[in-house]
Design a protein around this ligand. Structure first.
Ligand code: HEC
Length: 158
């Protein structure tokens, strides 16, 4: 198959996949000519920044932790800016945990950091839940392997 044929096949396949959730709640700016990353891509970056933030703090590399926190904040800000369907309140609820993480880093306090990081992680999940994506479950990393901060097992039935 020629390259164009492959692209067409992929496009057709994508169009035929019944999406479990409406994407209309996540509108991108339509008037912009600029490249706008897909929300899932911004979030995938956030996932790795979230993990690296933890690993850096655990290793007491506070300079790297500061950097990763800045990257994560930029990702979240970009998501909120580009995707107007995300309720602002969902983003602002992360403000306090982000500030606490920042304070803990400045104080080089590992215990404070762990606590603040827990709240931050809850913030990720409360937005996912409020946007019908509770199946995207973020957790405190269990290690250094990729995606160690995402939970893949299905939720337990009550
Ligand atoms: C303000 C709301 C909001 C917050 C806060 C938020 N997310 Fe998300 N996230 C979303 C939405 C909405 C999606 C689904 C995107 C889609 O359907 O295309 C998503 C998807 C994801 C995905 C799936 C990406 C993929 O394609 O596999 C990951 C991973 C993720 N988020 C990580 C995080 C992490 C880590 C945090 C916290 C640091 C976070 N998110 C905070 C709204 C949020």
């Amino acid at each position: 198959m020629k390259w164009r044929g492959v692209v067409m096949a992929v496009l057709l396949l994508a169009a035929s996949i019944p999406l479990a959730m409406a994407q209309s709640d996540l509108k991108r700016p339509s008037s912009s000519d600029q490249y706008v990353p897909r929300l899932g891509d911004i979030m995938s970056a956030a996932l790795s920044q979230h993990q690296k933030l933890w690993l850096a703090a655990k290793a007491q590399n506070w300079e790297l932790a500061t950097y990763e926190l800045g990257q994560l904040e930029s990702s979240l800000a970009e998501a909120a800016m580009q995707y107007s369907g995300i309720p602002v309140s969902n983003v602002t609820t992360l403000k306090d945990p982000l500030q606490s993480v920042s304070d803990a880093i400045a104080a080089r306090d590992g215990r404070k950091f762990a606590k603040a990081y827990g709240y931050l992680t809850e913030g990720c999940n409360s937005c996912h839940t409020s946007m019908n994506r509770s199946f995207i479950a973020i957790r405190v990393p269990t290690g250094q392997q990729p995606f160690a901060n995402q939970l893949f097992s299905p939720p337990r039935k009550p």
